[in-house]
Write a protein that binds this ligand. Sequence first.
Ligand code: NAD
Length: 329
Amino acid sequence: MRILVTGAAGFIGSHYVRGLLAGEYPGWESAHVTALDKLTYAGNRANLPATHERLTFVRGDVCDPVLLRDLLPGHDAVVHFAAESHVDRSLAGAGAGEFFRTNVMGTQTLLDAVLHSGVERVVHVSTDEVYGSIEQGSWTEKWPLEPNTPYAASKAGSDLVARAYWRTHGLDLSVTRCSNNYGPYQHPEKVIPLFVTNLLEGRGVPLYGDGRNVREWLHVADHCRAIHLVLNGGQPGEIYNIGGGNEYTNRDLTLKLLELTGAGEDMIHQVPDRKAHDLRYSIDESKIRAELGYAPQVDFEQGLAETVAWYRDNPDWWKAIAHGPGREL
Ligand code: NAD
């Protein structure tokens, strides 16, 4: 078995690849993994083993049709993580262009190449942000797409490309839409690692607005387990929401991080709210639970404490990134 993973040097893609190489995912314990990544500012080769007998790393762009047509034949499946993923960067004027290039055109280029490759199964990894914001209740997969940021719009566009390639060409493809992830190896521009690394360095944390925005948190290990269930058992053309049920306001999350790092509330620096800041995300994940037997395994309190401990124990990993290029946002 051979599997190609795009965005494999990023936060979630690298977790999935490390799990595949460790034999953690049923049915694919001995699979050969091709890890494709452009190594943008967000990709880090050090997130993957330098060498492994079942790993081939390829530096390349999902927008490159020639590369993809050469690379894809011989693979059984593709799991597509590659994306521009940081909402704040998509809000910054011209920065949005790269989101549409990679997320929409990259998905179209990849799926077009898949059609000519003999690859039999694709999972497209998307996000709950495509639904917009919800004040009460939770989104099912039937909810209309009402993305509010360029990031979310580009992911919604990629979901529609994926749907069209299933409907038009009969591609065996499923889409996942997950809530916010946390865990080790997440780029220090994202809220949990940003706050943790700031606090570990004795610096304050920038809390948007009044901090009442609500997010649902899921450990990256649970997300990857769910993606793998979809790879193995998901139906063509179907969408699967993935959530964790852990809803916290940004303020409450910040208070937990202060406690875990031994810092006081004086470290909170309130900053003007983000443009188009969605108030609340909430996922109805009953479909993947009922159809594929999904259930998150990582307790949020424990997972968060372990994540903080990981950043405390691995300063070399994040200091190189946090103080390096690409840290301007
Ligand atoms: P990330 O930014 O950490 O990783 C993205 C990876 O894609 C990086 O390694 C980057 O180098 C690579 N990449 C970017 N452009 C590329 C291109 N043109 N060609 C090839 N590789 C390219 O992101 P992440 O948090 O790991 O997210 C992975 C996927 O999961 C994304 O599709 C994202 O939308 C989705 N998702 C993320 C979350 C979350 O909370 N992080 C939640 C739900 C869904």
